[in-house]
Unconditional design. Sequence first.
Length: 427
Amino acid sequence: MTPKTRVLLGVTGGIAAYKSPDLVRRLMERGADVQVVMTSAAQRFVSPMTFQAVSGRPTRSDLWDGTAEAAMGHIELARWAEIVLIAPASADFIARLAGGRADDLLCTLCVATEAPIMLAPAMNRIMWANKATQANVDTLIGRGIRILGPASGNQACGEVGAGRMWEPAQLAETLLAPPVNAGLLAGLNVLITAGPTRERLDPVRYLTNRSSGKMGFAVAEAAREAGAHVTVVSGPVQLQTPTGVTRINVESARDMYAAVHRQVGDADIFIAAAAVADFQPVKVAKQKIKKQGGSVQLELEPAPDIIKSVADMAKRPFVVGFAAETNDVEDNARIKLKRKKLDMIAANEVGDGIAFDCEDNTLTVIWPGGKMDVPRGPKVEVARALIALIAKRLPPPDGSPRRGARKRRTAAALPRDRVRGRRPRRV
Ligand code: C5P
């Protein structure tokens, strides 16, 4: 019999706590042994007895409970856990964890454990968007804590937006699935472009393309999962920013070029997934262009080639391009790899119903001297495969003329596990 994964499930005070007993069952169905620890606020929503009944273990909540401590002290409990999951994680708990507090049992366990910690935030959408909450989440991500969700949708308070706890089934699956690319890009800075650009013709019209930005955002999510600090420079898209990713919104190719060059000095890896316009109007009309009965001539000039400008930098990051092609995908991609002096290119076929605005994608990844096909799958899975390939192809940290920030990081600034040469603890 395979040993059970020991999950310490922390439940904090929020209405989503009513789903946590179901989460216990889902985790147990997937072979976990679950010990529930509740905060005092959580007990106002669900009774400790409910969790005891479903988990088969006495629910813990009090740091000062002599009997429970005698059975398994809090340090022992912190060591017992192989994974710590806090679901729901309230805004208050997130703030307390970010502050390193150890004034109740659950906070103390989080400070005392060496197990990976994951949080499933659940709160009102405005509380989630609040700058203090977001800063706390950033702090926690920087410490290697993984944030699962939140999802968007109807909220218990009657509002609609981001702040719903992930469903128990999704949490259980994510938690107990094997780690993906954990720590592969730990501590590196990754800059990504995503989405289309809009080139204005007049105050009401623009030229654009069908890019949804989904692939670029999936790459951002996958890079974040791999432990990188990720910034996305995004054209106009209707997508939620992945948790822990910094987003800079731009409109035109010119704006995107400027935003990229403001950030790229610190980047270790630059991934250009945006469908940047190749041409921009020479002049933007100040007033709406009027119909005059006949045809209209638009004068277009080449838009700045962002990726090429980055690849031409003397101290450049590792540069990865995308090539969306309607025909001769691989040949065209190889030409671009060479012409734009890229380190790697991810090529895919586009056209009606393929790749653009779809949930799935397939890639042929090419680099000087090598190639790999990534089979069709959800964009985030394809993105994970691409990130794994990038990590493999990155030059070693020392002696590389390419890396800026990476070389500048001292051993003290690197995650502990990286310095020791072990895989970081992230799951
Ligand atoms: O030349 P083409 O547009 O096909 O090249 C695709 C690659 O170049 C993509 O990685 C795209 O993001 C990038 N690109 C760019 N700036 C442009 C045009 C394309 O960064 N103006």
